[in-house]
Design a protein around this ligand. Sequence first.
Ligand code: COA
Length: 341
Amino acid sequence: MSQAAATGAPRVLATTTGTHARILGIGAYRPRRLVPNSEVVDAIDSSDEWIQQRSGIRTRRFAEPDESVQMMSVAAAREALAHARIDARQIDAVVVATVSHLMQTPAIAPAIATELGCEEPAAFDISAACAGFSHGVTLAADMVRGGSARHVLVIGVERLTDILDATDRGTAFIFADGAGAAVVGPSEVPAIGPVVWGSDGEQFDLIRQREDWRDVMASPTPITPHLTMQGAAVFRWASFTMAKIGLQALDRAGITVDDLDCFVPHQANMRITDAMARAMKLPDSVRIARDVADQGNTSAASVPLALARLYEDGDARSGDVALLIAFGAGLAYAAQVVVLP
Ligand code: COA
């Protein structure tokens, strides 16, 4: 037995920092090709009017062949690093939230980190679908506070068109492609509030890959696994449950809706955003992200893309207090209050 064990002293040293965490920079990459409703309606026997009325979506962006998960991630990350004034070599960890990196292993994060010029950071992917970016920010804040990394790059990226069935009336007009990123680093004051997160596996089937890989491999004829969604049930869950989660995140951060400058919900559907804003009784002064109208639902990329759009439109400023809330397949959700960089 070692002397430390014999005396009851700790046998390993713990990391402690005493520091807080904040988002230092935000970046976005929107694919070049703008796709209006008129381009998707024929395959699903729909109309521009129906899509706008039910979802608020007018256009979305679909990635072209060169706009890969890696390419879009690197572009968004470079913008976030520049905004944060952090060199890639200062990044200690890269966390990539995605469900559309179509290789079971390895994760895409190490390849992205290497292309960015990071120096052997921890790099891994997480799978929490549309809630992925907010899960990544939560992990990053805890890593910075806990001392396992000083600067963390969080990326939310999707090329959902690779797994979309263009003839599926419930998904083809909703989902789209893009990437968003944030650099999380140390702060002298708290600037990322406590997370409220969770999951409900009872509703595992509501949004899912239709055929699992075993079905694909066993099929005598080639099949491509596609994303499928029970839209009405997801709509009910998101509209009624997520407002409560948002209010809990405000409460845990010690603020009320009156202290809020911006509301950045996952860009699932304009009607869900409106229902949440009503249920939370957000004052008119709160600027609400409505990026879904032009961007569609980009899953893990939607919150950082929506946040970037608020900056581009002059609706977000450094020092603003924003509520981020993301939710989707799992079902999984995460919400936190942040001070904007
Ligand atoms: N175009 C035109 N008509 C459509 C359609 C489409 N793409 N999809 C369904 N319809 C029709 C149905 O046939 C049905 O017609 P009927 O009343 O004559 O039978 C009617 O519209 C209602 O169908 P329903 O499936 O109940 O639609 P809905 O009102 O639930 O709207 C969504 C569908 C997908 C827009 C809605 O459920 C939704 O937004 N869900 C949330 C999705 C979401 O945001 N997911 C992201 C979470 S991460």
